[in-house]
Design a protein around this ligand. Structure first.
Ligand SMILES: NC(=O)c1ccc[n+]([C@@H]2O[C@H](COP(=O)([O-])OP(=O)(O)OC[C@H]3O[C@@H](n4cnc5c(N)ncnc54)[C@H](O)[C@@H]3O)[C@@H](O)[C@H]2O)c1
Length: 505
């Protein structure tokens, strides 16, 4: 099945694909939706055409998926880490083999350029490979106690975990959540965003083909209602969530009712600080990477670009020149660097932020307009030209709120102390960046920024070996890196007496 869906991708081009297969998956197979009445159309962002229908799962379906996950968990959790690793490595191999077709499907559903989607798919198999490598290394401690007694700790899985994803990295988010979950011996029920339902089920088929027990990785489709069913279900031990701050708060609240663990990967409004002693060319490239990947719809984007006043004129000239040259258009073309935004409402929201910024006194240096490509197929697509705003101040809406579109706000600064204070003046804390050639300054700034990640002399690289996650209202818990094993497992202490019981009674 995975093969047949993906094989049809070879000939697929923008504006031609219609997805008809069922998009739910549990018990080791695709499952027909029970209620077709609540169907929601899913759009191809580059054309505005309907790609498929998304049928939200109701309580019975969610319950079935969770029960199927639980029965798989009972088998999977008893395997040795090395046995789990072998299956996961096979899944990674299959993804690598089919990377081009998976990436194409992702592009058609998400609107990002194929050059980026290929990287996302590569990151996905690397994530599974990385956690496969760690599965056999899960271990506890041995602790000696008086009188020959001792204790040891065991790192055990949590059970059935629920994953809820955003639409900007649909396949990658599903692997960032499933790979560490499965490595630790858990099962996962994953709910993708209702706007990007088509690739998570491909991952489910690949895991099955690789040899996981039926039910180990399941996909339930739906929006807020289906998500809340997962957060309330008594058999779910943990919710791992990627999305906005308001939804994250609700997820935490719902999960509290049955004391589920939660990981929250939320939004951001990250600062990128460019000092006058930077390597100029790299700083400009860094600012572009910090703002325009995936049409600016990236949680850790450095959208507040603080530039030291002395180099402001050159910086603006160069960053605007390069931004104007970004090729926008058919996301399946190799030459395209900016595709379509996820939806019409998202496009309108982003354009609304630009309008508001102008009203508040910001100057548009380039872009910020709807973009209509010359190719007639793309006339109904959700494209806009990447935008740079100058003359910004810290109190403007465009500087305070997460826009989640291709809009960079540039802010001048004079001193290090001043810029750190302004950079930290936000409720978010996902990422940050600094460009300077002064190594002591670079590390001092990194230490003082209130964010889960600080990039020094680069931006928006996220290798799987490195933990990723937020400070403040950008969330808590981590994805990637060894530490994530702790968020998908629990510690059992076993105490062993070697002598007689000393009773006080
Ligand atoms: N920190 C990260 O790793 C990261 C990565 C990607 C995106 N994001 C953030 O995600 C946001 C954009 O994604 P979005 O628009 O899909 O976010 P969203 O919060 O609207 O939705 C995220 C997911 O939550 C589900 N959901 C919505 N209401 C729910 C409810 N009441 N109960 C349970 N589930 C519910 C949605 O169906 C979707 O699957 C941005 O804020 C972005 O910064 C964060």
């Amino acid at each position: 099945m995975a093969q047949s869906t993906l094989n049809s991708m070879r000939e697929a081009s923008t504006g031609t694909l219609v997805v008809k297969n069922h998009l739910n998956f549990w018990g080791g197979k695709r499952v027909k939706p029970r209620q077709e009445a609540n169907a929601e159309p899913v759009f191809e962002p580059a054309t505005g055409r309907v790609l498929c229908q998304m049928y939200p799962c109701g309580a019975e379906e969610v319950d079935e998926a969770i029960k199927s996950a639980h029965s798989a968990y009972l088998k999977w959790s008893k395997l040795a880490g090395m046995e789990r690793a072998r299956v996961m490595l096979e899944a990674a191999r299959i993804i690598r083999e089919r990377r081009e077709n998976i990436a194409k499907l992702e592009v058609i559903n998400n609107g990002k350029s194929i050059s980026e989607a290929l990287v996302d798919i590569d990151v996905s198999w690397q994530t599974i490979e990385y956690y496969a490598g760690l599965a056999g290394a899960l271990a506890g401690q041995h602790i000696q106690l008086p009188g020959g007694a001792f204790a040891y700790t065991r790192r055990e899985p949590l059970g059935v975990c629920a994953g809820i994803g955003a639409w900007n990295y649909p396949f990658q988010i599903a692997t960032w959540k499933s790979a560490p979950a499965l490595a630790c011996g858990n099962a996962l029920v994953f709910k993708p965003s209702p706007m990007t339902p088509v690739t998570a089920v491909i991952l489910a088929e690949i895991y099955k083909e690789a040899g996981v027990p039926d039910g180990l990785f399941n996909v339930v489709q739906g929006g807020a209602e289906t998500g809340s069913l997962l957060c309330h279900h008594p058999m779910v031990a943990k919710v791992t969530f990627t999305g906005s701050v308001p939804t994250g708060k609700k997820v935490m609240e719902m999960s509290a009712k049955t004391v589920k663990q939660v990981t929250l990967e939320l939004g951001g409004k990250s600062p990128l600080i460019i000092f006058k002693d930077c390597e100029f060319e790299n700083a400009v490239k860094g600012a572009l990477m910090a703002n325009f990947l995936t049409q600016g719809q990236v949680c850790c984007n450095g959208t507040r670009v603080f530039v030291q006043r002395d180099i402001m004129p050159q910086f603006i000239e160069e960053v605007v020149r390069r931004t104007k040259a970004i090729p926008i258009g058919d996301p399946l073309l190799e030459t395209t660097r900016m595709g379509a935004l996820i939806s019409k409402p998202q496009l309108e929201k982003v354009l609304g932020y630009v309008k508001e910024a102008k009203k508040q006194g910001a100057r548009v240096l380039c872009g910020g307009e709807p973009y209509v490509p010359s190719d007639p197929t793309l006339k109904g697509g959700y494209f806009m030209s990447p935008c740079i705003l100058d003359n910004c101040t810290d109190d403007m809406t465009c500087v305070k709120e997460e826009i989640f579109g291709p809009v960079m706000s540039i802010l001048p600064f004079d001193t290090e102390e001043e810029v750190i204070r302004r950079a930290n003046n936000t409720t978010f804390g996902l990422a940050s960046g600094v460009f300077t050639r002064d190594i002591t300054r670079a590390h001092r700034v990194a230490e003082n920024l209130e964010a889960g990640t600080c990039f020094i002399n680069n931006y928006n690289i996220s290798p799987v070996e490195v933990p990723f996650g937020g400070y403040k209202m950008s969330g808590f818990g981590r994805e990637n890196g060894q530490v994530t094993l702790e968020y998908f497992s629990q510690l059992k202490t076993v105490i062993v007496e070697m002598g007689d019981v000393e009773s006080v009674f």
